[in-house]
Design a protein around this ligand. Structure first.
Ligand SMILES: *Cc1c(COP(=O)(O)O)cnc(C)c1O
Length: 382
């Protein structure tokens, strides 16, 4: 029986995530080359990564940037967004922060209770004459309803941007995420599947936008030293790109490894009352995170209590996301009309479990054993 007082099921702490890195062998020659030549930025490996990514996703342009946050900031500025932008509150803080840096007003729309994606049925009622764009998120790697969102954007003359931080390798009807909307923005920080250490990528089929982003990541300077607008330094260094080139080669295997782990989770956890993110069959997700929904009425214990007991067993979980409308930084945009009941419910009941490429089958089963035994002992653990 799992209790808070006995020896924990895991002797050592089981992390929630770990990067899946190429072997050092695979990067060392290129690193050694830039070390001896001194070409540690603005050289060929950033270009090589960009070209590899645009081929992989079948998109005309991929522009490497310093982070997903800076990529979003540049895209929003260079699409000339004004006024209000519609986005889910159920996302990582950086999605909203990018808008705030551009003095845009975030307008939160609730999510679908099964997919945790922005509820497309609720977007139109949030549109006002000031709305300039929709910023959707491919949550945990599950693609948003790209076609429907594009229809809404077209019908209302809005730009459509995707925060694709989780979705490197995701697909809709066999088409890779990266080619939808006006632009998509990826993160390659270490918790994401394709990693460059820190960094991001903007992808777009709009050549003019791509050109402007390249200028924008370089202070707004097109090389003439006559800055065309106020940009920033959002460049990626060569070291990061070298890691990215090799990380990209692992991506398909990486996704398959995560799919296998999730299959074990779902099979092992079938007998206890939990819900999972619903994934329709024409969508491929990366399982950037694997979340369970714990309804206190059905499970007998609340999410916080379960997380606490799992921590006592040395299992790290994450109550991801902490919705934006509950964060201090967004308090100016919240009033009595802000009603996001599904976001509130999901964010109170969600728990992300350990998931990374090299997580062993045995450890997944042990995590499931802990969850099942918490459920079996729910009355004593209250
Ligand atoms: C990680 C993440 C970001 C931020 O990415 P950075 O590269 O760290 O700027 C943005 N949005 C979502 C949904 C994320 O998970």
């Amino acid at each position: 029986m799992v209790s808070e007082y006995e020896k924990p099921v895991f002797k050592e702490v089981l992390p929630i995530t770990k990067p899946y890195l190429p072997s050092f062998e695979r990067v060392k020659d290129k690193i050694s080359e830039i070390f001896s030549s001194g070409m540690i930025t603005n050289y060929k490996y950033v270009k090589e990564l960009e070209s590899d990514v645009s081929k992989y996703m079948n998109v005309k342009n991929a522009i490497a940037v310093s982070s997903c946050t800076s990529g979003l900031m540049l895209v929003e500025k260079l699409l000339n967004l004004t006024g209000e932008v519609i986005l889910p509150s159920f996302t990582f803080s950086a999605t909203g922060h990018s808008l705030m840096w551009n003095n845009l007003k975030p307008v939160f729309v609730d999510i679908d209770p099964n997919t945790f994606l922005i509820d497309t049925e609720k977007i139109e009622e949030a549109i006002t004459p000031k709305t300039s764009a929709i910023l959707a998120v491919h949550t945990f790697g599950l693609p948003s309803e790209v076609k429907k969102l594009q229809e809404i954007a077209d019908a209302n003359n809005l730009k459509l941007i995707f925060d694709s931080a989780h979705a490197f390798g995701s697909k809709v009807d066999n088409k890779y995420i990266g080619q939808f909307g006006d632009a998509e923005v990826f993160s390659s920080s270490p918790t994401k599947l394709m990693t460059t250490g820190e960094g991001g990528l903007v992808t777009t089929n709009n050549d003019e936008l791509a050109k402007q982003i390249r200028i924008g990541r370089n202070y707004g300077d097109d090389g003439s030293y006559d800055c065309k607008f106020i940009g920033m330094n959002a460049r990626m260094a060569e070291f990061n790109a070298i890691l990215g080139i090799e990380s990209l080669k692992l991506i398909e295997d990486h996704i398959r490894m995560r799919e296998k782990i999730v299959e074990i989770y779902q099979k092992e956890l079938k007998e206890i009352p939990l819900a999972f993110q619903r994934i329709s069959s024409n969508y491929r997700t990366t399982f950037k995170d694997f979340a369970i929904i714990l309804d206190e009425k059905e499970f007998g214990l609340n999410r916080d209590k379960v997380a606490e007991i799992m921590r006592s067993q040395n299992i790290i979980t994450k109550k991801y996301f902490y919705p934006l409308h509950k964060q201090t930084a967004y308090s100016d945009f919240i009033n009595s009309n802000t009603k996001l009941p599904i976001t509130d419910k999901i964010s109170q009941n969600i728990l992300c479990l350990p998931l990374y490429a090299k997580l062993s089958e045995e450890d997944v089963k042990k995590v499931c054993y802990v969850l099942k035994s918490i459920y079996d002992n729910r009355d004593n653990l209250k």
